[in-house]
Design a protein around this ligand. Structure first.
Ligand SMILES: Cc1cc2nc3c(=O)[nH]c(=O)nc-3n(C[C@H](O)[C@H](O)[C@H](O)COP(=O)(O)OP(=O)(O)OC[C@H]3O[C@@H](n4cnc5c(N)ncnc54)[C@H](O)[C@@H]3O)c2cc1C
Length: 313
């Protein structure tokens, strides 16, 4: 069976949940050795596609319809794509977006929809596990075809880069049936760390809270977010939800920029799945350089202001 996973984006950003959905798809397909395809509908689908070409994914379908997520377009496009590639299982994030189109796609296909899955198996027919109040219930899906939404946080991100083909899918959208449009959006508060494409992380090496300013300037210039190793959090320079590592958050952004971070094991465990690690540290023997793709041995104060000034100009 072809497993189709659906990617998600918002405000011009690919959401991390897209890759977690791919992991679920890859696990499901492993038992039966079936192909895994991913669909990305609307927005900058072409731009997102290479980032969805994870190891084990066979094809990424781009659908250039709609700038933001639009319920009616997603429903029409996905229903057509499923028929075109003969997908038997559609996996969608259990997000507000996924929960908007998944039941509609299932209804159009005449398939069941199973929401909030915490486990999937295809070894002996399609089974889906759901959990409530500490009890996990496993469902056998009649006919082995279903649209399934996945509980957030249950699957890790598919990290390794692969060589998926990228195909453009020309969906035949019935404009008359498109009855909703996105009229605006407003960001409330800071973006979640786990969703950022680039994480700018600071460690004890930045020396003082005042030095955070230039780091925030850099993060703002690239419209990205700031994280920390434990010392800046312990000193109260950044809130605990910004801590990356064993006692904090696990992130896997496209780029992790570590500034004045030594690279202790408890920190590395929270960021080592990042695509590209860039480290700025004045100690050439700092363990962060063992995991860094690019390293700058320097005082951060001599390095960070230059790109900020360049962005300003
Ligand atoms: C149970 C447990 C859980 C933990 N959980 C976490 C966790 O979730 N996250 C976490 O991060 N840590 C965690 N730790 C702490 C961890 O062991 C390290 O102590 C911590 O990660 C070190 O943070 P750091 O790299 O900021 O500081 P340091 O190890 O002190 O490193 C500072 C680095 O900055 C460099 N530096 C100094 N000045 C400059 C400068 N001017 N320019 C450039 N570089 C400079 C230094 O060369 C050094 O490499 C945990 C520890 C334990 C025991």
């Amino acid at each position: 069976m072809t497993v189709l996973t659906v990617a998600e984006h918002r405000g011009g950003r690919l959401r991390e949940v897209s890759r977690a959905t791919q992991t679920a798809g890859l696990e499901l397909a492993e038992a039966t050795d079936d192909p895994v395809h991913t669909a990305v509908v609307g927005g900058d689908a072409e731009r997102f596609a290479p980032r969805l070409a994870r190891d084990g994914v066979d094809v990424v379908h781009t659908v250039a319809e709609g700038e933001e997520f639009t319920y009616d377009i997603a429903t029409q496009a996905l229903t057509q794509l499923v028929a075109d590639i003969d997908a038997r299982v559609v996996l969608a994030p259990g997000s507000a977006t996924g929960l908007a189109y998944a039941p509609a796609v299932a209804a159009r296909l005449g398939w069941p929809v199973v929401t909030d899955a915490v486990g999937l198996d295809a070894a002996d027919g399609l089974t889906v596990a759901r959990e409530a109040d500490g009890t996990v219930t496993t469902f056998a899906v009649d006919g082995d075809r279903a649209v399934v939404t996945l509980r957030p946080g249950e699957w890790p991100s598919a990290e390794a880069t692969g060589d998926a083909e990228i195909w453009s899918f020309a969906a035949d959208i019935d404009d008359v049936a498109v009855r909703s449009t996105v009229t605006g959006s407003e960001t409330l508060g800071d973006r979640e760390l786990t969703e950022a494409d680039v994480v700018v992380a600071v460690g004890r090496g930045i020396g003082a809270e005042a030095n955070l300013e230039v780091v925030f300037d850099l993060a703002e210039a690239i419209d990205e977010t700031v994280a920390a190793a434990s010392p800046p959090v312990k000193r109260g320079w950044l809130p605990p939800e910004r801590q990356v590592g064993q006692s904090g958050v696990t992130v896997a952004p496209d780029v992790y920029l570590a500034i004045g971070v030594s690279g202790a094991a408890q920190h590395l465990v929270g960021m080592r799945e990042s695509d590209t690690v860039v480290a700025i540290n004045r100690d050439p023997t700092a363990p962060i350089f063992d995991v860094a793709d690019y390293g700058i041995v320097a005082d951060f104060a001599d390095v960070v202001p230059a790109p900020v000034a360049a962005f300003d100009s």
